[in-house]
Each structure stands twice: as C-alpha cells, then as structure tokens.
Design a protein around this ligand. Structure first.
Ligand SMILES: Nc1ncnc2c1ncn2[C@@H]1O[C@H](COP(=O)(O)OP(=O)(O)OP(=O)(O)O)[C@@H](O)[C@H]1O
Ligand SMILES: [Mg+2]
Length: 430
C-alpha cells in the first residue's frame, strides 16, 4: 500500500481526490494541503511514496516545488495534474521531474492508473538519483578480517541466497558464539519464515511506525527467536504487508542492529531498487550467490557492472557459486573471467541434503552438520569471521552437534542462544 500526499489549492479537488483514495482502500492517504509551503514541510516529515500535485497553483510555481521535492527525496514519485494538457504543460511537468501527468478532469480509474504507473518508476532509480539522495550513506569499511554486516543476494532468483543466508546465520550463532541477527528484506518471497518454520505476526514492516523515536526498542520488540539462538526479523507474508519499506528505514535499521548484534546477515532480494541498494551499501560484505549456469553467470556480469554504477565496488563482493554441478554449463575459469571476480567459495549441488532440510524446515547446518553443504558454510563463516571457531573440534569432540531443538529442550526461546553459547562454544583471543 503506497502512501500518497496531495497538494492542490482547490479545496474541492483536494477533497475529491482524498475521498477517492480513502474509498478505494488501495492506498493510504499520507497527508494533504492546499498551501505549498506547508506541503513541503509535511512531505519532508511524512516521507510519502507518491505526491499528487496540481500544476496550476495560483500562488506558487508548481514546477519549482516538484524540483525541490526531487532534490530532497529522489524516491518520491510525482504525479502532476493540470487542466491544460498541451505539449508545453507536459514538458514543464516532465522537465521538473514528475513521472506521470494526469489531465483534469479525470476519472477514478485514471487517477489509480497514474499512481500505479508512477510507482513502477520508483523501483528504477538511476545511479545519479541514487547518489543525490543517499550522499550520507557511504559504504562503511568493515574491518577487513571481521565483517559485522553481511548481505546475501543473487544476480537472479533461485540461486540459493536465502538458504545460504539462513545457514550462515545459524552457524555463526551455534558454533561461532556470535549474537546474530538474521533479517529478511525480501518482502516478495519472505523465504526465511518458511525455511525456519517461524510463525509470528511480528514482521519488519510493523517496526516502521515510530521507528525513529525509539529504534532499539522497536527492533527488540519485533525480533522473533529462531533456532540456535539466532534472532530473526521476518518479512510479512505479502497479504499482510502493512507498509512498503523505505530506504531511510532500511538504513536506520542496519545502524540500529549494529549496536546490538555481533553479526548481522541480511537476505536481500535480487532487485536493484532503493531498499536493496541501501542495504548493500550499508553492508561490510556482499555475498553474491550465483549458480554455474550460463544465464546466472551472465546475470552476475550485469549485476556486478550495475553495482559499480551505484558505487558498490567489486572489493565488497564475495562471488560464490552455488549448485555447482559436475556437468555445469561453464567452467570455473570461464565463470571467473566473465564475472571479473575470483570465486570466493563453491557449494556443491546437493538436492538431497538441501531439499530435506528445506522440506523439514530445519537448516542443514543443524540437520546434517557434517554434510558437504554444512562444511562449506563453516568454511564461509571462517573466511568472513576468522575468529570463528568450532570449539567442539578444538576439544576433539567427535560427535555431531545435535539438532537445535534437542539442544534447546527446556530452555526458554529467548535464552536458547546465550545458554547454548556458554555451554558449548567460545571465542578465540585475538
Ligand atoms: N546447493 C544446492 N543444491 C541443491 N539445491 C539447492 C542448493 N541451494 C539451493 N537449492 C534449492 O534452490 C531453491 C532456491 O533456493 P533459495 O530460495 O535459497 O534461492 P534464492 O536465491 O533465495 O531465491 P529467491 O530469488 O526466490 O529468493 C530451493 O528450492 C533450494 O532448495
Ligand atoms: Mg530468497
């Protein structure tokens, strides 16, 4: 549901649009005003997704207002409306930065059509727009040997990003003793809910209201205890999405999480939009999970180039091949030369272990800790967190860690991770 703000100095027009929006239930009315100065202030504080603005304002230059909004917040999409629909008016609206033009008078369907098509522009931000809007959000240089925030994503869907994100977070908590947060930023798929069989009405979007006035409290109130002591921030099921996430919320969330957690793993969708770019830029390392197919590797090539256009350098990427089959389309050498990156790690194709774990909702690092898949996740954790140790192996323990469910029996969910870490694992001294 997009949040809409309306600026029109005709009270009748204003209330007609307000009524149409409210009656439809499709979008939320974020605010409205007939006074341009008041509108500018409210837009700054309300962060609407869409602004509907009348180009024929009597006491103000609407094009300047559009330009000012554009300069300050480049994700807001703008629908300009006017009683004139000649070429000059259209050009004025476009030149100022409006995405859609709506000739007055219009029917409800036309209004909603313009909003929908304006919203489609929201996802496609140009690198220049992105830079203007997110000047402060420079990618932090995490300590080279210890990455606190790790994003996991793919050049296209289905490469195994969510599976690897979940297993990495669990292992960092279970064996590395890290106080770990796993964030599902993939609202469309929300795979972590399914992969970990977590049922909760708490989800990331419900944190947004009042987030800026108490971010730490909001975060603590929304996380759900997952297996192996991992805290999880779930995506809503799509039907329950209350509000689309905004990039400034994503940025604030990661800053807040850094204060409370040792290790943060974010499942980032493969789309290039404001939210994903913000998450990637706020991460210390990005795991780009590709499969070895021709399509996936070529998509990697395009994705890496696209990242670079958005200021995300190759140095921050760890290029990982998943589902590597013996008869892969491409050899490792070809993959590296196409992607222009060395392969950081390679996971095998193991449908038996992975599917069994997905089907039962128990990540394979817990279900099959000695499988090749789990060993590779361990190797990954060791490469990202060199102080990561598996105390069990140091102690010469032969056994395999039991399922978290068994280990956690009788321990309150919120205490599972802490107690388990104390009981079994520790840090190396650096
Ligand atoms: N190494 C592997 N061997 C076999 N199957 C795998 C492997 N890794 C992942 N899979 C399977 O691939 C499918 C996609 O995995 P996953 O959902 O993690 O991908 P994704 O990149 O997050 O996709 P999406 O774009 O849908 O979010 C799942 O069915 C999973 O079981
Ligand atoms: Mg996924």
């Amino acid at each position: 549901m997009a949040r809409i703000y309306i600026l029109d100095d005709s009270p009748t027009a204003l209330s007609n649009i307000e009524r149409a929006l409210t009656a439809s239930g499709m979008h939320e009315l974020s605010g409205s005003s007939s006074r341009p100065q008041e509108a500018l202030q409210q837009i700054e504080s309300l962060h609407p997704d869409v602004i509907i603005i009348d180009l024929d304002l009597k006491d103000a230059d609407a094009a300047s207002i559009i330009r000012e909004v554009r300069r300050a917040t480049s994700w807001i999409v703008i629908v300009a409306m006017s009683a004139n629909d000649d070429d000059a008016t259209l050009e004025l609206a476009r030149g100022a930065g409006a995405q859609e033009f709506l000739p007055k008078p219009f029917a409800r369907d036309e209004l909603f059509g313009a909003i929908e098509s304006a919203l489609r522009h929201q996802a496609a931000v140009t690198p220049a727009e992105y830079d203007n809007a997110v000047q402060t959000n420079q990618q932090p240089q995490g300590p080279q040997d210890n990455y606190q925030v790790v994003s996991v994503t793919g050049p296209k869907g289905g490469t195994g990003a969510s599976v690897i994100a979940a297993n990495l977070a669990l292992l960092a908590s279970q064996e590395g003793g890290r106080h770990t947060l796993l964030i599902d930023l993939d609202i469309q798929h929300g795979s972590l809910r399914r992969l970990l069989r977590l049922e909760s009405t708490k989800s990331i979007d419900s944190m947004m209201d009042g987030f800026s006035s108490g971010p730490d409290v909001k975060l603590q109130g929304t996380i759900v205890p997952g297996p192996a002591g991992v805290s999880v921030l779930l995506a809503p099921s799509i039907a329950n999405l209350q509000r689309p996430l905004t990039y400034d919320f994503v940025e604030g969330l990661i800053t807040t999480a850094r204060r409370s957690f040792d290790f943060i793993v974010i499942d980032v969708p493969d789309a290039i939009d404001a939210n994903t770019l913000t998450a990637l830029r706020a991460s210390d390392r990005i795991l780009l999970i590709s499969s070895t197919t021709d399509l996936s590797v070529h998509a990697s090539q395009a994705t890496i180039a696209m990242y670079s256009a958005y200021g995300i350098s190759k140095d921050h990427l760890a290029y990982i091949l998943n589902r590597s089959e013996v008869n892969s389309d491409l050899s490792a050498t070809t993959v590296e030369s196409l992607a222009g990156l060395d392969i950081f790690l390679q996971f095998p194709y193991d449908p038996i272990v992975v599917s069994a774990s997905v089907n039962r909702g128990v990540p394979f690092v817990l279900q099959k800790p000695d499988s090749q898949m789990a060993r590779k996740v361990r190797e990954l954790a060791q490469k990202l967190l060199p102080s990561f140790i598996r105390k069990a192996s140091e102690e010469g323990e032969e056994g395999v860690p039991a399922l978290a469910a068994v280990q956690n029996a009788g321990v309150p969910a919120s205490d599972q991770g802490r107690k388990q870490k104390k009981r079994r694992f520790g840090f190396t001294k650096s």
